[in-house]
Design a protein around this ligand. Structure first.
Ligand code: GRF
Length: 200
């Protein structure tokens, strides 16, 4: 059975969606470990509440990024994870990290990539004036939000939207498509062919 490692930095609602899908037996996998780079975040409490091992690896406690990532890799390898889910994880991974787990790292991004990569993207979508936005689950490569796209969901942007209302509409879709992407991976149904991810 697939073992998953989830990297988080905050609220952990996407982590929760994956936990719920596993507990509802929609995904045949287990979460072996949740690693946060920030102490005291809600994601850690969510993991513990469901009996999932939750650890903090705080970048500030290491000499440099390489030593920090070596510790994260050591934990993930010791848990024998076959998939790493970034779920609101606020650090960029180095190429060394990405290559170590090539094709086995997923991220969820709250915009329709390649539009609006990076941070504060719901605000950027509103400011730009797009009529639709959404979310993207993608494999992680060396770039920032540039890896092959697995699933996307579209939501309308309404005239009266604020950053909060648009974020909430997108988040609802995140909680639907992230577990779905994990399920497809766990059933070996994702094939990366260049930039494209073929399903089935
Ligand atoms: C989500 O909007 C996700 O798309 C982005 O960071 C946010 C994390 O939320 N990468 P949560 O921690 O999963 O609640």
């Amino acid at each position: 059975m697939l073992k998953i490692g989830v990297l988080v930095s905050g609220r952990g609602s996407n982590l929760q969606a994956i936990i719920d899908a596993i507990e509802a037996k929609k995904i045949n996998a287990s979460i072996a470990v949740v690693i946060s780079n920030v102490h005291g975040v809600m994601a850690l409490d969510r993991a513990k509440k469901h009996g999932i091992k939750a650890v903090v690896v705080d970048g500030k406690e290491f000499q440099n990024k390489s030593d920090y990532e070596k510790e994260v890799i050591r934990i993930l390898d010791s848990e024998k994870v076959g998939l790493i889910c970034l779920a609101g994880y606020m650090r960029l991974l180095s190429p060394e990290f990405v290559h170590h787990f090539r094709g086995k790292i997923m991220n969820i991004h709250p915009a329709l990539l390649p539009a609006f990569p990076g941070l504060h993207v719901q605000k950027k979508a509103l400011e730009y004036g797009v009529k639709f936005s959404g979310c993207t689950v993608h494999f992680v490569d060396d770039g920032c939000d540039t890896g092959p796209i697995i699933l996307q969901a579209v939501v309308p942007v309404l005239d009266e939207d604020t950053e909060d209302t648009l974020s909430a509409r997108i988040l609802e879709q995140e909680h639907r498509i992230y577990p779905e992407a994990v399920r497809l991976f766990s059933e070996n149904k994702l094939r990366i062919e260049g930039r494209r991810v073929k399903i089935g």
